[in-house]
Design a protein around this ligand. Structure first.
Ligand code: CA
Length: 516
């Protein structure tokens, strides 16, 4: 439909992408946080556009998800399988192809792909994970340090480019990529007291003991109870000169590094909020489940406060588009690199193929094309974004990309002949949080997962009867036909995506990595 239009008429795209924002922490999505967590600007975007209820990642971790988006290819094809990898920027990416089609492109915020970004007319990216307060940014002209909260800084850079930086004779693709709400969940000072006067409802699975799961679920290291650190993750007694204890050396210390980076005014405001609450915590002398509950409250509140900063960003960007008079010809998308556990199953972090971290938010507003307030249940993945962006620009989609353009769904509300299942493969092990490699298939109702580094273990779930995935039906009587069928589908989908990764059971050497 766009081939008859001149280059200038093709829509602009603003891609707002956060880190670790689970769909169930967005007001417009359903879930147990819905009653307490309005995200007014993201919710408004959903009211003006389409929300995808079944949107999934292919590999639930930061860098790999971004590499899939850049390339439209699964991790085993784009080469970025773990956060430890470095992205090969010389390969085919959608921003390069968009530029060839006359688009101007920019990337601000978290890249997480290492190396110097290619395919952008302008970029300013955080080194690695970046800092929440007064962060450094790498730019084509060298490093800069900007005072303020990272979410606001990234938003301001994007708005500045929209208003003054871009070539206004070209349609644009603007990627606004936030650090928030990634660990250690440090909100902007203006959001510190948000939720202070309420209790966040607890997830039904906060005290899950993973009795029905494969052994991997009992050997992980992402429990609020045993692994979430009171100091580094929850800021208890944490100050810029905090020394910690030897046992805490392994903890992610980014909160502490952030505090060292804060200005005196920022630090004073931070401590003024947390110090009296820390005092109360010490006086309460909590243990056992009560301590878990307290940790959950502080974690969930800081996570949601960080989310609120991202929501502000969505509002600011929309306002800028309106002021520039380009709102009607600009597509706005909100997404995040994967889902997250907010106490679900007793966990924080992501990585697993279970629903909370497998799902990604995807909301798209396209005035005049996408029906306002619509919802789709068709199964989409981050694998489809590159193809969709190219299709929007009227550009050909390379044969070697593995996803599908969402345009038919966006234009017609649904697409016939759409995929009936999605494929997943996680690789980062041994590593932080100790989640072993696994892969699997999810259909609209069932999920089959194979863990091949902890023996030869399988899990199978009926998501309709058991949405929390508490009852593993693999190997259960009466399920033989379903199991055989899903296994067959898994073999076929691996062949379809050409994933030849060795998934045979690993020898004892691998299992020695397991904690007792
Ligand atoms: Ca992430």
């Amino acid at each position: 439909m766009f081939s008859v239009l001149s280059a200038n008429d093709r829509p602009n795209i603003v891609f707002i992408f956060s880190d670790d924002h689970a769909p169930h922490a967005i007001g417009a999505y359903d879930g147990w946080l819905k009653p307490v967590n309005p995200t007014p600007h993201i919710d408004k975007l959903a009211a003006e556009g389409m929300l995808f209820e079944n949107s999934f990642c292919t590999n639930s971790i930061c860098g790999p998800s971004r590499a899939v988006i850049m390339t439209g290819k699964h991790s085993h094809k784009n080469g970025f399988m773990n956060n430890g990898n470095t992205f090969n920027w010389n390969q085919q990416t959608f921003p390069k192809l968009l530029r060839q089609q006359g688009y101007t492109t920019a990337l601000y915020g978290k890249s997480h792909l290492k190396g110097k970004p290619q395919g952008f007319d302008d970029w300013k990216v955080l080194p690695g994970q970046g800092l929440y307060y007064n962060p450094d940014l790498i730019t084509p002209k060298g490093n800069v340090r900007i005072e303020g909260h990272c979410t606001d800084i990234v938003t301001d850079l994007a708005v500045e480019w929209l208003k003054q930086g871009r070539d206004k004779s070209k349609p644009f693709m603007l990627m606004v990529q936030h650090k928030a709400p990634h660990r250690n969940w440090m909100p902007a000072l203006r959001h510190l007291s948000l939720y202070d006067d309420i209790d966040i409802p607890e997830p039904a699975t906060l005290f899950d003991k993973w009795q029905d799961n494969a052994p991997a679920a009992r050997y992980q290291e992402l429990e609020i109870d045993r692994h979430m650190d009171l100091n580094y993750d929850l800021f208890v007694d944490l100050t810029a000169d905090y020394k910690g204890t030897p046992s805490q050396k392994r903890q992610d210390r980014s909160a502490w590094r952030n505090m060292q980076r804060m200005s005196k005014d920022q630090l004073d405001a931070w401590r003024a909020f947390y110090a009296p609450r820390d005092k109360k915590f010490h006086e309460a002398k909590l243990t056992g489940k009560e301590l878990v509950r307290w940790k959950f409250q502080r974690y969930a509140k800081n996570y949601l406060r960080s989310v609120r900063g991202v929501d502000d960003s969505v509002g600011t960007l929309q306002k800028a588009l309106k002021e520039l008079g380009i709102e009607d010809n600009t597509i706005v998308i909100y997404s995040s690199d994967q889902g997250f556990y907010i106490g679900d199953h007793g966990w924080y972090d992501k990585r697993w193929m279970y629903e909370e971290s497998l799902k990604m938010p995807f909301i798209i507003k396209w005035p005049g094309v996408v029906k306002a307030g619509s919802r789709s249940t068709q199964m989409i993945q981050n694998l489809d974004y590159a193809e969709t962006f190219l299709d929007i620009a009227g550009a050909p989609i390379p044969e070697n990309m593995q996803g599908r353009s969402l345009l038919p769904i966006l234009k017609n509300g649904k697409a016939e002949d759409w995929r009936k299942s999605i494929y997943y493969h996680y690789y980062e092990y041994p590593s932080v949080h100790m989640i072993p490699r696994h892969y699997g298939i999810r259909t609209d109702r069932y999920k089959l997962i194979h863990f091949y580094q902890f023996g030869n273990e399988w899990e199978m779930y009926d998501l309709k009867e058991d949405p929390d995935e508490l009852t593993n039906i693999y190997g259960k009587a009466g399920r033989e036909k379903l199991q055989a069928d899903l296994k067959k589908q898994l073999v076929a989908i691996r062949r379809h995506y050409d994933d030849n990764t060795d998934v045979s059971e690993k020898p004892a050497a691998w299992q020695k990595q397991m904690r007792p």
